[in-house]
Design a protein around this ligand. Structure first.
Ligand code: TXA
Ligand code: MG
Length: 321
C-alpha cells in the first residue's frame, strides 16, 4: 500500500514529516518533492533500504544515487569536500547542483553503485529539507519514475509509476524547475567535468569557478553510469523539430516554444520560454502519450545559455539519440 499525504511545500506539517521520517528510518521508501523533480527516497546509509530503490524503479544496480543533504556539514561527513566544492556549495545550495566527490567510508557501496565517488546535493525545497533533517540521515533519491520513463513533476505521476511499490508519497504540488539537477564531477578541482546538464545553467557555475566545465571523455564517462542509459522516454516515438526546419512530421503532436505551420493546435503544448518548456517537458510527454498520440514532435531549443543545454540533453535522450 502506498499512502499519499498532501503537504504545504513551504510549511509541511510536522506530523506528516515525522511519519515520513519514521518510514525512512525503518528502511522504507518515501517519494518527496524537490525543486527539480520528485525523488524516490531511502536511507542512503542503509544498503537494504537502498536496494529497495533499485527494485522499485527497475534500475540497473551500477547506476549510483545522489545523496540528498540538509547542510554542507552533512555533505562533508559523506564526501571529501575540496575548497572548490565548498565554494560552489556555499554559493548554490540549496539548489539544483549535484557535486560528485571522493566518497567517505560512511557511504555504502550500494549507494555509490560501487564507485569510489559519491554525489551530493541540497535540494531547494522546504519539504525535502524537513524530511532529510527529521530522518537524521542522508536520503538517497533518484527521480521517482520507473527506470527509463520521464521523471515525475507531480505526485499523480509518482503514484502512476510507483503505486504499491513504495510506502509513502509526500504531495507538495508541481515541481518548479521540471528537469533534474546539473551534475558536475569535482574529484579533480582543476578539471571540473559536466556529467549531466540540468537545472543550474553551465555559465553560472563556470563564472563562479573561473573555469570551463569539460565534457567527460570516454574514460571518465565510465564514472558516470547514468549517461549510458536511454532515459526520459515516453512510450511513443519522439522526433525533433527545428525552428525554420519546415513542417512537422505527419501525425505528430507538438510541444515547443514556436508554432510550426502545420501544428494541430488541439493537441499542441506551447511554452512561453525555455524555463517554462523545462517545467512542462516531462509532464507534456506523459500527457500526450496518455492521449494516445502516435508520435510527439518537440522543438530543439537553440539558446546557448540558461536551461536550454539541460533541455537539449533530455530531448535528445527521449528521442533515443
Ligand atoms: O534533480 C535531481 O538530481 C533528482 C532529484 C530527485 O534530486 N535526482 C536525480 O537522480 O535525477 P537520478 O538518480 O535520476 O540521477 C542521478 C545522476 C545519474 O546520472 C547518476 O549516474 C549520476 O547522477 N551519479 C550519481 N552518483 C554518481 C557518481 N558517484 N559518479 C558519477 N555520477 C553519479
Ligand atoms: Mg532519473
Amino acid at each position: 500500500m502506498t499512502i499519499t499525504a498532501a503537504v504545504d511545500r513551504w510549511n509541511p506539517s510536522p506530523v506528516i514529516i515525522t511519519t515520513a521520517a519514521e518510514i525512512i528510518r525503518a528502511g522504507g521508501l518515501v517519494a518527496f518533492p524537490t525543486e527539480t523533480v520528485y525523488g524516490l527516497g531511502a536511507d542512503a546509509l542503509n544498503p537494504e533500504a537502498v536496494s529497495r530503490i533499485f527494485t522499485a524503479k527497475g534500475r540497473p544496480q551500477d547506476n549510483p544515487l545522489i545523496l540528498h543533504v540538509h547542510s554542507i556539514a552533512q555533505a562533508s561527513n559523506l564526501t571529501v569536500m575540496n575548497g572548490t566544492a565548498r565554494k560552489l556549495a556555499e554559493t548554490f545550495w540549496p539548489g539544483p547542483l549535484t557535486l560528485v566527490l571522493p566518497a567517505k567510508e560512511t557511504v555504502p557501496s550500494a549507494t555509490r553503485g560501487g564507485l569510489d565517488t559519491a554525489a551530493v546535493r541540497m535540494p531547494d525545497n522546504p519539504t525535502a529539507l524537513a524530511l532529510i533533517q527529521a530522518s537524521d540521515t542522508a536520503i538517497a533519491a533518484p527521480s521517482a519514475n520507473l527506470s527509463g520513463r520521464p521523471s515525475p513533476t507531480d505526485s499523480e505521476t509518482v503514484l502512476h509509476d510507483m503505486a504499491g511499490r513504495i510506502d509513502m508519497i509526500l504531495d507538495g504540488g508541481s515541481t518548479g524547475v521540471g528537469i533534474e539537477s546539473t551534475v558536475i564531477d569535482l574529484t579533480d578541482p582543476e578539471r571540473p567535468l559536466m556529467l549531466r546538464p540540468g537545472g543550474m545553467p553551465r555559465e553560472i557555475i563556470e563564472a563562479e569557478l573561473g573555469l570551463t566545465l569539460e565534457v567527460p571523455d570516454s574514460v571518465s564517462k565510465k564514472r558516470s553510469p547514468g549517461t549510458r542509459y536511454r532515459h526520459y522516454a515516453p512510450s511513443v516515438p519522439v522526433k525533433i523539430w527545428r525552428r525554420g526546419g519546415g513542417l512537422l512530421p505527419e501525425n505528430c503532436a507538438y510541444m515547443g516554444m514556436n508554432i510550426p505551420g502545420n501544428a494541430d493546435m488541439s493537441r499542441a503544448i506551447i511554452f512561453t520560454s525555455a524555463e517554462n518548456y523545462a517545467h512542462g517537458l516531462f509532464a507534456g510527454f506523459r500527457k500526450l502519450e496518455a492521449e494516445n498520440v502516435s508520435c510527439i514532435a518537440v522543438e530543439w531549443p537553440e539558446d546557448s545559455s540558461g536551461i536550454s543545454e539541460g533541455l537539449r540533453d533530455r530531448i535528445s535522450r527521449a528521442a533515443g539519440k
